[in-house]
Design a protein around this ligand. Structure first.
Ligand code: PGA
Length: 248
């Protein structure tokens, strides 16, 4: 079983989301895989209510504020996302960290906010090219992981990790299956120490960064890769469907 997640980023207005679901089909044979879509917040409800959406496709929010409500113009809470049909929430995506100044501390607060609403957090970690070249991959991703884990009070709580090397996002450069396996192994070891071997084994670690139909099979076959988080290739129903088939 694999988790195939699509992050639509700032693409797909409500009408486009409806058109996507009319064209996107999950192969019956692939029904064991979990398929998630993270539409932009404004399209979440349209996606949720869309009659053409296969109900096996679950939905998530790309970002939340850490408070439930308040004077935070332009923000959306986990509570609102849950009421609009989200079951999952991306937290700490590198675009949030790099372009909007989101800190590890804010990521931790957001993980807590997401869990208060019983949403399943997908915690994103990943190093920049500079950090990779300086040999700091493990240090960077483990620091990000540790700070987020501090907000998870009970090892029984389900959460997912997405390893997304920043230099591979939207660039066409993909980590090799060996690179992905190395980073995922590092994360799995830390999970074992933090939440125990059993809980660590069932925590899905997704790879993200220029995943497409042509490389999905080999990435999904890599050690400790339990799924993929797909950006660019997820807005096209045919290519996203092809990636779900790669998980079979
Ligand atoms: P990409 O994005 O597949 O377009 O590289 C992945 C992500 O940012 O989640």
């Amino acid at each position: 079983m694999a988790v195939i997640a699509g992050n639509w980023k700032m693409h797909m207005a409500p009408e486009e989301a409806r058109t996507f679901f009319s064209a996107f089909e999950i192969d019956e044979m692939m029904a064991d895989n979990e398929v998630l879509i993270f539409p932009p917040a404004i399209s979440l409800l349209a996606a949720y209510k869309c009659e053409n959406r296969d109900p096996r496709v679950q939905l998530g929010i790309q970002n939340v504020h850490w408070e439930n409500s308040g004077a935070f113009t332009g923000e959306i809470s986990a509570e609102m996302a849950a009421s609009a049909g989200a079951s999952y929430a991306l937290v700490g995506h590198s675009e949030r960290r790099q372009l909007f100044g989101e800190t590890d501390e804010q990521v931790a607060l957001k993980v807590a906010a997401v869990l208060r609403q019983d949403l399943i957090p997908v915690i994103c970690v990943g190093e920049t090219l500079e950090e990779r070249e300086a040999g700091r991959v493990s240090e960077v991703i483990l620091t990000q992981l540790d700070l987020a884990l501090a907000s998870i009070p009970d090892p029984e709580i389900r959460f997912l990790i997405a390893y997304e090397p920043v230099w591979a996002i939207g660039t066409g450069k993909t980590a090799t299956p060996k690179d992905a396996a190395g980073a995922h192994g590092t994360l799995r070891n830390r999970l074992e120490q933090a939440i125990g071997v059993t809980a660590a084994a069932r925590t899905e670690i997704l790879y993200g960064g220029s995943v497409k139909p042509s490389n999905a099979t080999e990435l999904l076959a890599a050690q400790d890769v339990d799924g993929v988080l797909v950006g660019g290739a997820s807005v096209n129903p045919q290519s996203f469907a092809e990636i779900t088939r790669a998980a079979g």
